[in-house]
Unconditional design. Structure first.
Length: 141
């Protein structure tokens, strides 16, 4: 299979960028406990799992779109990514509103994670809704 960059649409490119942002944010400080900062993997119990799965789905959406002749695989990835991203947005927003016990402050990684999950959700939904080729060029086979 060859990579055809003409198949990519703005939604897939945005999903890839938001997925990378979300994946990186999971390893940045989310909360401060006293004098130590903890990332999502250390500070949280469940929230980071749907966020990580949503990031993987968003990152996988672009290569699937570029390599598949049929839209079935990218469509399935976009459906699952949007469903998981919806759960991740709710969980991350809840953690932003109510930090874990003992947390003194919220750190920048939490806000990047929230932006990444919202971006993944919007991009996955945008990918589902957009049926045109990138920049209006027809896809050649």
């Amino acid at each position: 299979m060859t990579v055809d960059w003409r198949r990519a649409r703005p939604a897939e490119l945005f999903a890839f960028a938001a997925g990378v942002l979300l994946a990186v944010s999971l390893f940045l400080p989310w909360f401060e406990f006293g004098f130590r900062q903890e990332d999502a993997w250390s500070a949280l119990t469940v929230t980071e799992i749907p966020a990580a799965i949503a990031a993987i789905g968003a990152i996988a959406l672009l290569p699937a779109t570029l390599r598949q002749r049929s839209p079935a695989v990218p469509l399935a990835i976009a459906v699952w990514t949007s469903a998981i991203a919806l759960v991740a947005v709710a969980l991350v927003a809840a953690r932003a509103a109510a930090p874990p016990p003992g947390a003194d402050e919220r750190c920048f990684g939490l806000w990047l994670g929230l932006a990444g999950t919202v971006g993944v959700l919007l991009a996955a939904i945008g990918s589902l809704r957009d049926e045109r080729p990138f920049w209006g060029r027809p896809v050649t086979r």
